[in-house]
Write a protein that binds this ligand. Structure first.
Ligand SMILES: [Zn+2]
Length: 184
C-alpha cells in the first residue's frame, strides 16, 4: 500500500495526453526559488506549464549554500549549451519568492528554535537561517545574498517577490538586477 495510489491514478490521466518536452532553456527564462509549503506551489500560483521554469524549493525558499551551488551550475549549463538561444546578458532570471504565514516563522522564536534543534539534531544556526517571519525582509536578505555571491555570473539577474496566502497575490518587491559577482 502507498498513499501515492490516488496520485498515480492522476498521473495515468496526465500520461494519456502527454507530449514530451525537449531539453531547451526554460520557456519563461526563469528559475524560481520558493518554499516547500504545499499552499505555495509555484506551478499553480504562477500558472507554469511543463518546460516554463526551473523551481528550487526548500523550507522558507531561503537562499542557502546549496541553492547558490545549484544556480551557479545552472548558469554554467545554460552558458555552455544554450548561449545561442538566450540573450547575451540574460541567461535567466532568479525569482526569489517568500510567503506570508510561513511555517518556518516559528523558528524566529529562540526558545522554540532551541527545542527544535534539540529534538531534530539540526544546528540551531541552520534553523535560524531558515526562518521567514517577515517575508518582505527575508526576500531582501536573500536577493542581496545572490547579488553579492562571488559564485554567480552577472549574466543572470535576480528579483524578489512576496506571495500573500490570504489573497493569492504575488507582489514584486525587488526588480531584477544583475549580481556583481566575479564570474563572467
Ligand atoms: Zn513557507
Amino acid at each position: 500500500m502507498t498513499r501515492m495510489t490516488p496520485l498515480l491514478e492522476r498521473n495515468e490521466q496526465f500520461a494519456r495526453g502527454y507530449v514530451p518536452v525537449p531539453l531547451n532553456p526554460p520557456a519563461a527564462q526563469v528559475v524560481i526559488v520558493a518554499c516547500l509549503d504545499h499552499r505555495v506551489d509555484p506551478a499553480i500560483i504562477l500558472g507554469l506549464r511543463l518546460g516554463d521554469a526551473l523551481v528550487i524549493r526548500n523550507a522558507g525558499g531561503r537562499v542557502t549554500g546549496a541553492v547558490v551551488n545549484d544556480l551557479a551550475y545552472l548558469a554554467y549549463l545554460a552558458g555552455q549549451f544554450f548561449s545561442a538561444q538566450v540573450e547575451a546578458d540574460g541567461l535567466f532570471e532568479v525569482a526569489v519568492v517568500h510567503h506570508t504565514q510561513c511555517g518556518t516563522g516559528f523558528l524566529a522564536d529562540s526558545s522554540f528554535r532551541s527545542q527544535a534543534a534539540e529534538a531534530t539534531g539540526v544546528p540551531e544556526a541552520a534553523l535560524e537561517a531558515a526562518a521567514v517571519a517577515d517575508p518582505y525582509a527575508t526576500v531582501k536578505t536573500d536577493v542581496d545574498r545572490l547579488l553579492t555571491s562571488p559564485s554567480l555570473t552577472p549574466k543572470i539577474s535576480v528579483s524578489g517577490h512576496v506571495y500573500d496566502i490570504a489573497t493569492g497575490r504575488v507582489t514584486t518587491t525587488l526588480d531584477a538586477q544583475h549580481p556583481h559577482g566575479s564570474r563572467p
